[in-house]
Ligand binder design. Sequence first.
Ligand SMILES: NC(=O)CC[C@H](N)C(=O)O
Length: 229
Amino acid sequence: MKAAVIVFPGSNCDRDVAVALQASMGAKPLMVWHRDTQLPDLDLIVVPGGFSYGDYLRCGAMAAHSPIMREVKAKADQGTRVLGICNGFQILTETGLLPGVLMRNKDLKFICKDVHLRVESDQTDFCRQYQAGQTVRFPIAHAEGNYFADPETFKAMEGNGQIAFRYCSSLGEVTDGANPNGSLSNVAGVYNARHNVLGLMPHPERLAEDLLGGSDGKAMFDSLVEALS
Ligand SMILES: NC(=O)CC[C@H](N)C(=O)O
């Protein structure tokens, strides 16, 4: 599998995801600066977490207009797999590659803690090594993770299996109490209509080996390697 990680001024999870990818792929991903305009042939593009452009205007708004994002969009339109984590998810909604928006957390605070997620679908290249309904633990660290889509869009997304993860209790119950940021229907991650683009607020790369305190995130990178190698 050939993978690239996009690096923006203010990215801070680019190296974390590169380490997680290398552990699953057995090779280093290409690190691509946001000013670049071309990407080689790739199986996977990762848009990582952080604070691109200092979160000015709103998270992801400026990064979405970086030169490289035009190329990321073209590749995604051709079917290349794109994974956006946290700030990456925000950038992908801002570019229109994913439906919906990410607003300020309901309590207007930055939240940094581990959460539980219910895997909603195991039928994609990103999640085949999970099981639908499985509960996993991933960290979150964000101020703008409050997902929203208009009712018509959301209904279509649900009908098309585009909900990837929902916040839940440690027992797998999707309740208001388990929703850290006010997201519509506890949504933590979504796919585009073709399921080749995934964005999620929680960080799989931050719990991808036991040394980090857990490895629930590893199956996402292993799934991609299995599907794309
Ligand atoms: N960890 C991240 O990627 C954070 C994303 C963004 N800066 C926010 O605070 O919402």
